[in-house]
Design a protein around this ligand. Structure first.
Ligand code: 1HN
Length: 363
């Protein structure tokens, strides 16, 4: 005799209850949630104003000393979509850090890799494993994962920079290790050593052999970077990003760090790019100029010093309607996507490739 419908339903309910008690999930109940047709990110597009960041950084400078334990005077950007996770995107940490004249932020190392992009000041340094990298505005400095690093300011003005780390990703992988150096500062073995050896134009010393994943060049100086941007002049560039360079590891020709790609980009006067979307997430810092980006239909106006986030698989395009060039520095998790075979991008097809603006960002 066949069972009645209510009997079957009761048995099925019992089954689901037992599955739940036994910490099992029937996939057929959650397929749509686990396998959306395309990424459903919690990361929101967002923008932080430089006027706020700079004021808060300086205020922290007045109020908070740098000591062992606290280690760094850093204000992290928190993406409002991530439910309180300390992260700018699901994979990337971004922040502003201030070091005042005479201070040394104590030496430590961690398995999260980091970059600094210098916004304000000079005659400051990051000592990376004994190579004292002197830093000024526009320089990109790397601290590869598990490298010792302390920062110092030898100027009479405070130094402010952008920090970018893969900490949210490394945290999700439960791979965070941290160790303080036995003394406050690491001994200095050389000054600007990696730069001296590896910043020749398309030249690398033949006697220097790659050491594992350790990037040979730690400081990408601003002047040659800017020269490269300027050389493009009136020529054609990317329809989506205008003039955009990725910083490279001179040994591998690949990204500067396995988890963080770094980019410098010039949106020339009068350019309004086409929109596209990419599976990676990005944090942008406006190094020079002003303009706006349209992200998923919302217009984000930006000016010098601002930071903004482009989430995974979000349509985005950039515009510069002024007379001066606009320069954007960005960190992106693209190398992770590429290494895992997950990288995708797609051009926007409708409305001649540019989005309809349906709103303007307000914080
Ligand atoms: C860190 O070690 C630094 O070394 C900056 O300057 C920002 C954010 C999270 C965790 C460690 C630094 C950081 C950080």
């Amino acid at each position: 005799m066949s069972k009645s419908a209510p009997d079957t339903e009761r048995e099925l309910n019992d089954f689901y209850q037992e599955a739940d008690q036994r910490h099992l999930i029937p996939l057929w109940k959650v397929t749509a949630q686990l396998l959306p047709a395309e990424p459903q990110t919690k990361v929101l597009p967002y923008l932080w104003k430089w006027s706020d960041l700079r004021r808060m950084a300086n205020r922290a400078g007045d109020l908070v000393p740098i000591e062992r334990g606290g280690e760094r005077r850093v204000l992290g950007l928190i993406n409002p979509g991530l439910g309180g996770k300390y992260a700018a995107t699901h994979t990337l940490w971004a922040a502003v850090q201030i070091v005042k004249p005479g201070e040394i932020a104590p030496c430590h190392r961690h398995t999260a890799a980091a970059i600094r992009f210098i916004i304000e000041g000079d005659r400051s340094y990051t000592n990376v494993n004994g190579d004292k990298c002197m830093m000024s505005r526009g320089d990109l400095v790397l601290t590869p994962n598990w490298s010792w690093h302390d920062h110092g300011c030898e100027s009479d003005q405070p130094m402010i920079w952008m920090d970018g780390l893969d900490l949210p990703l490394v945290g999700d992988l439960d791979a965070v290790f941290f160790e303080p150096y036995p003394t406050h500062a690491h001994p200095v073995a050389q000054i600007n050593d990696s730069e001296r050896k590896f910043s020749g134009p398309h030249l690398k010393p033949t006697w220097e052999k790659p050491e594992g994943r350790y990037p040979p060049l730690l400081n990408y100086k601003w002047e040659p970077t800017y020269q490269a941007l300027k050389k493009i002049g009136e020529g054609a560039a990317s329809p989506f990003d205008d003039v955009c360079f990725q910083y490279l590891n001179p040994h591998t020709g690949g990204p500067v760090l396995p988890t963080i790609g770094c980019y410098i980009q010039m949106i020339r006067p009068g350019i309004h790019t086409q929109a596209h979307r990419q599976v990676n997430s990005a944090v942008y810092h406006v190094f020079e100029g002003r303009g706006y980006s349209v992200i998923n239909g919302t217009r984000f106006d930006w000016e010098r010093g601002d930071f903004f986030v482009v989430p995974p698989w979000a349509w985005h395009e950039h515009a510069n309607e002024g007379k001066e060039e606009a320069i954007l520095f960005s960190i992106q998790d693209t190398p992770v996507m590429e290494a895992l075979g997950l990288y995708r991008e797609q051009p926007y097809q409708e409305h001649d490739g540019q989005q309809k603006v349906i709103g303007t960002f307000e914080s």
